[in-house]
Write a protein that binds this ligand. Sequence first.
Ligand code: SAH
Ligand code: SF4
Length: 474
Amino acid sequence: MNVLDSELAATSLIEAGYQPVSAKRYADVILFNTCSVRQHAEDKVYSALGRLKHWKEQKPNAIIAVMGCMAQKDKDTIFRRAPHVDIVLGPGQLRQLPEIVKSVEKKREKRLEISLERTSGKQSDVRKSFQQFNPLRNLRVGNNPYQAMVRIMFGCDKFCTYCIVPSVRGPEQSRPPREIEAEIRQLAEQGCLAVTLIGQTVNSYRYSDGKKTWRLQDLFAMIQEINGIRRIYFVTNYPTGMTDELLQSVRDIPKVTPFLHVPVQSGSNSVLQRMKRHYTAEEYRDLLDRIYATIPGAAITSDFIVGFCGETDEEFQQTVDLVKYGRFKNSFIFKYSVRPGTKAAELFQDDVPDSVKRERNNELLGVQNAISMELNQEFVGKTVNVLVEGISKIAAKSCTSSNLLQIDSPSSQPLVQLTGHTPCDRIVVFDALSEQINQLAGQILPVTITHAAPFTLFGKFSKEKTLDSMPVPS
Ligand code: SAH
Ligand code: SF4
């Protein structure tokens, strides 16, 4: 969500006549897009702001802006903690960014623009104060010209007790299907091959247009018909919304990838209850069984919080058991971070010592990494479809320092390492001739996997296999 917001902010500033620069000494405006999900992310922003104090003294006309969830959460406290900040802008005010930057340049007065608090007025006013911003996109502003995130809904109404998102991103609101379709058609015209539909709980998508109520699977069917789009990803799913109908649509609609991110957070029922997650560990296990039984080659990923208030060793071991059961492609594991303003902060003690959180984090990561490695090893010898993005970042970095370019190709032309993703969202790195880069980037190609690491597959481009003969997806 934040990556998309950053892309939209950059695009709108470029359209207003600004240009990105490579170092802060060239900048007239410095913009921080912030996250409030954990304390650590906020600490990093405050210390980065602290480091800019001297810079701003040297360049008093420069503008520093803090936007995103931390702006919405900390409001004018940001001006108090960092008086050299000029603009504080919530995620629901993104569309005003260029106009506000211009006005601060002219008038030299501070601006605080945020949405209403969720409990501060009529629901319709609160909703309106989280303004939507879906401008025409420029794929070249992002990292990958073949892939784009498309926001299909805003906000969250789940109120998990640990989570700050519902108060900083506002009430859940789904975008009209026609608007989503227009955006994706326009992306396809720019050469986009893969879209990732995003929302805090993307499978809660629901939009009534008078004639029918659209759900996520209806969007899939609509995007399936858009020429040029080859893959549809979607994140993040809330477990109770994984209906049979949705799973069957993932199986049956060819462009939808068999990659499902379904965060469970904990394997212990008592912890899930304290988190107010509305399902049990048994129900989640049933869901995993249903996914694996319905969708061939499904890759599931999850999020976990370790050391949540009152978490005992036993409760943690139940999470370890669930990770073993789940055979997740990978998991994102976080140490619980108390968020002022949430129910957990109000009701429970943050009583698991940091050292225990760290141990649990490492233990769970160890279990997960071993599984990721085992699953990746199953790909060795198989051929997968890779949407080629370009030169591997690791290779690109190494090319300047060491020499990852190998000069042992049959035609004695230099080889480069290209990278891309499989439909199940695995990263693949493979060798290609350097002269082929432009021709291969933006293609979906068969690559035969020769070896595996926990997070990356390595392979060879299988020229002899044409894409049409490939089973989809693998
Ligand atoms: N809407 C998504 C993601 C929300 S934030 C979802 O529900 O899955 C991403 C992840 O951050 C969450 O899944 C959770 O694992 C983690 N997270 C949220 N609040 C946290 C907190 N207070 N401390 C630690 N991790 C947290
Ligand atoms: Fe936060 Fe829960 Fe909403 Fe995800 S579903 S954003 S974890 S409140």
